[in-house]
Design a protein around this ligand. Structure first.
Ligand code: NAD
Length: 331
């Protein structure tokens, strides 16, 4: 029996979290869920954005399945997602991007993993207004922060028999910050002579990804580029509805899909649950339940290939619940 924190989030979060929970339970893995929540819905009900019980549960279980949480745009409170990643030093944001057979996309063989640094860069939230017409933000890159995410990417590449790691940067312009990240990549790569280090400037990377994505295996990059490239790559394999993710630190893991709270489709029972369900599969793999994790991947693939119960974003007309039930039936 595993003790796991469940943070449903808001927007489509509760719908897809419920789907993931049901699919995980269908594998037979026994989980004691501790459900706590944060975000705008909680603020409206309890008068607080992140109740203490969220922190208490995370600090006890050290592992969570988390739905997306809305962040106001341009003003208002800061991102709860970013705060949790920083507070618990969840420095490694891992996002596998893999084509699922049956989804109509231009490239059938995309299979890459993004390692995004999750705690530094422009996401440290240090912005200030200089005068009425001027605002500034600090981009912080540290040697320690860079080395650990780059080592994580190379370790993954080594363990999974990948021959190349691509570091994405803009060190031609940001010579000190991105320059430091790139320098760290060159240093780490020396310990892995059997793995090629490919250096690509972020703008070129965007073009390469949309023209020939299967040339990439493992991508490592800073926080903001990683965030943007994740959504770009999601678009290559069918959209945000199918891409899972994990935030890993030294002693805590928070599993969450790449997508946000999707307010445009929230509460309509049409969100694609696959991203969150595969996020659950990543969590089972992390727990050592590799067979059960694999059974989820296979069931998702079978459901998509059958094509009867797929959601609107994949060209079907099934509801979130219908698709979830079809996946469960395929387990
Ligand atoms: P989004 O990912 O919520 O949505 C982008 C587009 O993709 C929308 O058209 C949406 O309908 C679609 N989409 C996303 N997930 C889908 C799914 N499972 N099935 C079908 N379609 C799906 O991004 P956004 O609109 O830029 O952001 C909305 C809110 O989410 C913002 O407040 C943002 O800050 C927040 N956000 C949260 C997280 C997180 O909690 N980790 C991540 C990204 C964005």
């Amino acid at each position: 029996m595993y003790n796991i924190t469940l943070i449903p989030g808001d927007g489509i979060g509760p719908e897809v979290a419920e789907a993931a929970q049901a699919v995980i339970e269908a594998t037979g893995v026994k989980i004691q869920w501790e459900t706590v929540n944060a975000g705008i819905d909680v603020l409206a009900k309890e008068g607080i954005l992140v109740p203490d019980k969220v922190f208490e549960s995370l600090e006890k279980t050290r592992i969570a399945l988390k739905g997306p949480i809305t962040t106001p745009i341009g003003s208002g409170f800061k991102s709860i997602n970013v705060m949790l990643r920083k507070k618990y030093d969840l420095f490694s944001n891992i996002r596998p991007i893999k084509a699922i057979p049956g989804i109509a996309v231009p490239f059938q063989n995309v299979d890459l993993v993004i390692f995004r640094e999750n705690t530094e860069d422009l996401y440290i939230g240090q912005e200030k207004t200089i005068d009425e017409g001027t605002a500034e933000a600090i981009k912080r890159i540290t040697r320690e922060g860079s080395l650990r995410i780059i080592k994580a990417a190379f370790t993954y590449a080594h363990q999974n028999h990948k021959s190349k790691v691509t570091v994405v940067h803009k060190a031609n312009i940001m010579k000190l910050t991105d320059g430091l990240f790139l320098q760290c990549a060159r240093e780490v790569s020396k310990d892995y002579p059997h793995i090629q280090l490919q250096e690509v400037i972020v703008d070129n990377m965007c073009m390469q990804l949309v023209m020939n994505p299967s040339q990439f295996q493992v991508i490592v990059t800073t926080n903001l580029y990683g965030d943007i490239l994740s959504d770009l790559c999601a678009g290559l394999v069918g959209g945000l509805g199918v891409v899972p993710g994990a935030n890993l630190g030294k002693d805590m893991a928070v599993f969450e899909a790449v997508h946000g709270s999707a307010p445009d489709i929230a509460g309509m029972n049409i969100a694609n649950p696959i991203a969150m369900i595969l996020t659950g599969a990543m969590m089972l793999h992390y727990l050592g339940e590799s067979n059960k994790s694999h059974s989820i991947y296979k069931a998702v693939e079978a459901t998509v290939l059958e094509g009867k119960f797929v959601t609107k974003d994949l060209g079907g007309s099934a509801s979130t619940k219908d698709m979830t039930n079809a996946i469960i039936a395929n387990i």
